[in-house]
Design a protein around this ligand. Structure first.
Ligand SMILES: Nc1ncnc2c1ncn2[C@@H]1O[C@H](COP(=O)(O)OP(=O)(O)OP(=O)(O)O)[C@@H](O)[C@H]1O
Length: 241
């Protein structure tokens, strides 16, 4: 049985100035699915996520949200979340909640930040700031949540916690798009993995499918085979060596 896509990208490309950073990507995202996007630095993950979240226009192709009408349809955690200084964690999350008239649900407890509720946002560690960003991305229960490297900068326990939050969201029917460099966590938690390399999808499937198709034992090996990521320099779009 196939489920109707809640988000559909059809032949999407994006160029910054004349440089094409993602090229001809089509993807259907289903409700309740955790879709991980992995790829070397600079391969276009953030650009793709921002296009899918409707924050960047596609230069070519279309992105269509096909889910229920909601005050907030797509939640987004940027790669480097920032919050207005001078406010506490509680005041900050309450500001976002007020925008969509949210009551109930304790967003701070969900991400393990309840004890930091009275701390000012500028006094948070990098990891705590990211956790607040995840809480912010889920306010209003958007049917699609896009998380750009939610585990980056977190200790192993909290990183695992972010993936548990991700899975909880998916269990409740939310479609979750997440980029990550943590391939072992991705292998354990994602329903589907897109491997990007230089702006194109070079592998796509469930972790098991990818291991089977590539005849590999781990996602690390699939990643190594599918991508041309150099180990001594980042590939920079638009620069040919
Ligand atoms: N605003 C911008 N203007 C010009 N080029 C950009 C811009 N944003 C990103 N790029 C370029 O697009 C390419 C893809 O960047 P992107 O941030 O999407 O990659 P990424 O896979 O998310 O990388 P990382 O894993 O390092 O976060 C890079 O070459 C980057 O320099």
């Amino acid at each position: 049985m196939t489920t109707e896509a809640i988000l559909r990208a059809d032949a999407v490309s994006h160029s910054f100035d004349e440089v094409e950073v993602i090229d001809d990507i089509s993807v259907d995202v289903e409700p309740g699915e955790v879709m991980a996007i992995v790829g070397p630095n600079g391969s276009g993950k953030t650009t793709l996520l921002r296009v899918l979240a409707g924050l960047l226009p596609s230069t070519d192709g279309t992105v269509e949200y096909r889910g229920p009408d909601r005050e907030r349809e797509i939640g987004y955690l940027p790669q480097r979340p920032t919050f207005r200084p001078g406010f506490t964690v509680r005041e900050t999350i309450d500001f976002y909640r007020a925008l969509v008239d949210e009551e109930g649900t304790d967003r701070l407890s969900q991400v393990g930040l309840a004890d930091a509720a009275d701390r000012r946002v500028e006094a948070l560690s990098g990891g705590m700031t990211r956790l607040l960003g995840i809480a912010q991305a889920t306010v209003g229960d958007p049917p699609v949540v896009v998380l750009d490297e939610p585990g980056s900068g977190l200790d192993p326990g909290m990183r695992r916690r972010t993936f548990e939050v991700t899975n909880d969201l998916a269990d409740d029917g939310t479609a979750v798009l997440v980029s990550s460099h943590d391939l072992s966590l991705v292998e354990r938690t994602a329903d589907r993995v897109l491997v990007l390399d230089r702006g194109t999808v070079v592998a796509d499937g469930s972790p098991d499918e990818l291991l089977g198709t590539h005849g590999m034992d781990s996602l690390w090996d699939v990643f190594g085979e599918a991508t041309t990521g150099s180990t001594d320099a980042v590939d920079v779009a638009g620069v040919t060596q």
